[in-house]
Structure formats: C-alpha cells, structure tokens
Design a protein around this ligand. Structure first.
Ligand SMILES: [Zn+2]
Length: 240
C-alpha cells in the first residue's frame, strides 16, 4: 500500500510521496460525484482510491481485482471493484484523466448500489460509458448487421481481441444510451436499486425499463443508422 493517505470527503486517497497530479485526481473525483448518477442512486459509502507508483504492484492489483479479464494487467485506465478505485497516474496522459475518472467512479457507484452481485458487463460498462459520454475507440464505428450478439458480448469484453472488445464497449454505450433516452436516467437508477434488492436482471429490466435485455437489443438494432456510426438515439449524449 502506498505510504501517504489523504481523506477528502467521501474519498480516501492512498499515494506515494512524489506522486504528481493527486490534486487533479481528487478534484475530478469530486466533480464526478456531483454529476454522475447522482439522482439515480441512494447514499454512497466512502470510496477508497489507490494511486500506484510501482508498475508491477499495480499490474498485480489489477489482476487480482478482475481475474477473469485477460487484459486487466495491461489496462492503463485503472480499475474499480466494489468501492475501490486503483490507477497508475504515471501511465496516463493527463488529458484522458477526466473521462477515466468519471468512468471508474460510475463503476464504484454501480458496485455500491448493487452490492456484490455480478452485473452483465454490457450493463455495467454501458452505464460507465454513458456516464462519460464516450464508448471507447470504436465509438461511431459500429456498422449495421455487424454487431456482436448480446449473448456473446460478455466473452468479447473478457477476451484478448482488442477490436472485439472495443466494439462491445461501443455497443454497450449505445444500448444504455438508448435505454436512458427512452426511459430516462431515473429508470437506470431504479434498475440498479432493484438489482441491489435482489431482483434478477430480467425482473429488474421489465419493472424499471419495461423490456428485457433482448428487447432493448432488438430496439437498438431497429434504430436508424447515421452513416457508418452507431445508431444514434435523438437527444442522446453520444458523440460520434
Ligand atoms: Zn469500465
């Protein structure tokens, strides 16, 4: 564990002496706290943030947080599990930090709301991308008829095929953006709370969104496509 510790409102930040940009990270966390899913979820617990200096210790921590994910040790973005967020700021261009902090903060909020229940990655990553307004490198590059089927998305998130992984991030973003566009942010919060209370995904989707995941998928596929980009629901925050 890094040597220094700083308590900042709902965040406890651990870092080593000489670490740069800690202030920037803390400011971004507070910004995310004010804007991401605020209306959607109940009270949030304290979040712990660990900034690693040592590359190998960081890689080991990433791996232990998400053992199923073949790419986890190589992710420069950091990772969130439960209410813990880890990152290695030295690997990150500062310009990417706002997006990454928002994304990982959304994961912590999701985790705090649903507890230890595993969510399908299309939903968790879709919400984190929606909170950021960005679905990764394949954003805007989805093509009609070439989507990864819903039941294959989980494996694509975990695999080593970077192009496939990028594709399913963009798809997840599009699915959750469509959900919010059609049912509102409140429905998303309601969905997470129902999952946290023990509903199955199908039960929670039907009660909060009025359709199950497959119906959402079908609705998404029926959306008009704009050029070579993702189907863009009118009024969504997708930036193709
Ligand atoms: Zn994520």
């Amino acid at each position: 564990m890094p040597a220094l510790c700083r308590s900042e409102g709902t965040f406890v930040v651990h870092y080593d002496r000489g670490e740069q940009h800690v202030d920037r990270l803390v400011a971004l966390l507070h910004e995310a706290e004010r804007s991401v899913l605020l209306r959607a979820v109940p009270s949030r617990p304290a979040f712990r943030v660990v900034i690693f200096s040592d590359r190998r210790r960081y890689a080991a921590a990433c791996k232990s947080m998400d053992p199923q994910n073949a790419r986890a040790p190589n992710s420069p973005a950091g990772a969130a599990a439960d209410t813990l967020y880890i990152c290695r700021l030295r690997d990150l261009p500062l310009s990417r930090l706002p997006r990454l902090v928002r994304h990982e903060y959304a994961h912590m909020v999701i985790n705090a709301t649903v507890g230890n229940r595993p969510l399908p990655r299309w939903l968790a990553e879709g919400i984190a991308c929606w909170a950021t307004g960005y679905g990764g490198p394949s954003e805007g590059r989805l093509q009609p008829g070439k989507a990864v089927p819903l039941e294959q998305m989980e494996a694509a998130f975990l695999g080593t095929d970077r192009a496939q992984t990028n594709l399913v991030y963009a798809q997840a973003h599009a699915l959750v953006s469509l959900l919010v566009q059609q049912r509102g942010e409140e429905a998303l919060g309601d969905l997470l709370r129902r999952l946290g209370a023990g509903s199955t995904l199908e039960q929670a989707m039907l009660a909060s969104v009025g359709m199950d995941a497959h119906a959402l998928w079908e609705t998404w596929q029926r959306q008009p496509w704009q050029g070579k980009g993702t189907p863009i629901p009118p009024g969504s925050n997708i930036q193709p």
